[in-house]
Design a protein around this ligand. Structure first.
Ligand SMILES: [Zn+2]
Length: 301
C-alpha cells in the first residue's frame, strides 16, 4: 500500500513537470511549427501555424489553422507572452482555430494583442472585417466572444485583439511592428486570395514566413534576401502542373537559392510523395534544408 502510494506520487510529479515543460525555446531565436500540413485531413499534421520563440517566450504567432489550437497547447506557449499575431491569408487552413484560441482569452492578457492580416478583394474580406464577422458582440457568429474586439458593447474594458489591415496589393514591403527589439515587415505574395508574408528581425537574426504562394513575384526573393531562416510551403507534389496557388517544389528551391538564405524549412506538406518532392526541390537548392513536422523546433543561426 505504502509502496503504491510512493509510486503514484512519483507518477504525479512526473506528469506535473512534463505539463510545465516548453517544447521549444530560442537561443536566442527559434521557430516552432504548430502545424506542418495543408488543408487536407491528415493523421499526422495539423494545418498551418508557426511560433517564433525569443528565449523562453513565444513572441509571434503566424496563422492558426485546424489542429493549431491543440498544438499551441502542446507547445506550452502562453497567450500572455505573445507580442503579435500575423495572419497570412483567410483560407480556413490558416485561420480556423483562431476562435478556439480566443475562448477565455480575455482573462489571459493584460494588454491588447496586435493582429495583422491582409486587405480584401472580391474573393475575401479584409482581416478586420473577417474578425468582426466572427466576434462582433451584436452581429458576430460568436457573439459570446464579443470581448475579443469590443469595448463598451461587450461590457469589456479593453479589446483582446488590436487588428490592423496590411495592404496586400502594394509592391513594397510594409513595416507592421517595431517594438522591444522585434521588427516585422510584411509583403504581398501571389496566391488565390490576398496574402502576405512576414519577415521578422530580432536578436540579430532574420526569419521569413512565406505561407501559400505560387512563386511568381520576383520581389519576394528580395524580401527573403539573406534570411537566416526561410520557411516556405511545399504544398504540391513533384512534377505538378502550374498551380495558381502554390509553387512547385523546384520553384520553392529556386527562390531559397536566389535569396541566399542560410536555412530553408518546408512545411504545409500534403499527402503526396515527400521524397520525390524533396528530390525535386534539391535540383534547385543546395543549402541546409529542414522538412517540417508538427511541434518541430529549429534554432535560427
Ligand atoms: Zn491558402
Amino acid at each position: 500500500m505504502i509502496k503504491r502510494t510512493v509510486v503514484s506520487l512519483f507518477a504525479m510529479l512526473a506528469v506535473t513537470s512534463h505539463a510545465a515543460a516548453q517544447t521549444c525555446s530560442g537561443n536566442p531565436v527559434a521557430i516552432q511549427i504548430l502545424g506542418s500540413g495543408g488543408p487536407g485531413i491528415n493523421p499526422d499534421r495539423a494545418s498551418a501555424g508557426y511560433l517564433l520563440w525569443v528565449g523562453s517566450q513565444a513572441k509571434i504567432l503566424i496563422d492558426l489553422g485546424g489542429g493549431g489550437f491543440l498544438r499551441f497547447g502542446q507547445s506550452r506557449a502562453k497567450l500572455s507572452d505573445l507580442a503579435m499575431v500575423g495572419i497570412t491569408h483567410l483560407h480556413p487552413d490558416h485561420t480556423s482555430d483562431i476562435a478556439a484560441l480566443m475562448w477565455g482569452s480575455n482573462r489571459a492578457r493584460e494588454a491588447a494583442l496586435p493582429v495583422f492580416g491582409p486587405s480584401g478583394n472580391g474573393a475575401a474580406p479584409d482581416v478586420k472585417t473577417f474578425l468582426n464577422r466572427m466576434f462582433d458582440a451584436k452581429t458576430g457568429s460568436y457573439q459570446v466572444l464579443g470581448p475579443v474586439l469590443g469595448t463598451e458593447q461587450a461590457g469589456a474594458d479593453r479589446p483582446v485583439l488590436d487588428v490592423s489591415v496590411v495592404d496586400a496589393t502594394k509592391d513594397e514591403p510594409t513595416k507592421v511592428y517595431d517594438r522591444d527589439g522585434i521588427t516585422v515587415t510584411a509583403t504581398r505574395i501571389p496566391h488565390t486570395l490576398p496574402a502576405i508574408a512576414y519577415r521578422v528581425e530580432t536578436g540579430g537574426v532574420s526569419v521569413v514566413f512565406s505561407s501559400d504562394q505560387n512563386g511568381t513575384n520576383p520581389k519576394f526573393v528580395d524580401f527573403a534576401k539573406n534570411a537566416d531562416l526561410l520557411l516556405m510551403h511545399m504544398a504540391i507534389a513533384a512534377k505538378s502542373p502550374p498551380n495558381p496557388g502554390h509553387a512547385a517544389p523546384v520553384t520553392v528551391g529556386r527562390i531559397a537559392q536566389q535569396a541566399g538564405v542560410k536555412r530553408l524549412v518546408v512545411s504545409h506538406i500534403g499527402q503526396f510523395n515527400l521524397d520525390e518532392a524533396v528530390a525535386e526541390l534539391k535540383t534547385s537548392y543546395s543549402g541546409p534544408l529542414t522538412v517540417g513536422a508538427d511541434l518541430q523546433c529549429t534554432q535560427v543561426k
